[in-house]
Design a protein around this ligand. Sequence first.
Ligand code: ADP
Length: 162
Amino acid sequence: MALRIAVYPGSFDPITSGHLDIVRRAAALFDEVVVAVSLNASKSPLFSVEERLGMLANVLSAFSNVRIGSYEGLTVRYAESQGAQAIIRGLRAVSDFEFEFTMALTNKKLAPSIETVFLMTEAQYSFISSSAVKEVARYGDCVRGMVPLQVEEMLRKKYRSL
Ligand code: ADP
């Protein structure tokens, strides 16, 4: 039988404990999960692509069926290039829904064979977002538990050097 492959796309600027939980759960559902940094030019990220890829490689090294990638352009085309049947997205709150719903329908139109699979956040991570983490870290406050330990250190270094 063909391998079940899913792409989990995002900015991951930086990866948070919420993202990590989604990866863990997706890796249990699929044979292979490709965590992919989307290079969306309209956002100005705190971490470079190289930094984010390094961070993901470090944080996700324990998962034997998780790969890391990056792409420019449409997520569905990237998913096709990876032989994926599914795109994973996480849902935190009703406020995520409208945007995600529109995107999932657009992607379905572009690539009918690729399913978007939504995983609901664990309650304990529902308030975590990359932007909130950056806001807290920027002012030197504690992000313990909101991000993996390696990311905590990278945030500290980044804001010290800015
Ligand atoms: P994007 O810029 O594509 O939204 P993000 O890196 O912010 O990229 O998020 C990637 C995906 O992870 C999105 O589907 C987002 O809803 C989901 N996500 C983000 N934070 C959490 C969280 N705390 N719990 C569950 N899912 C999350």
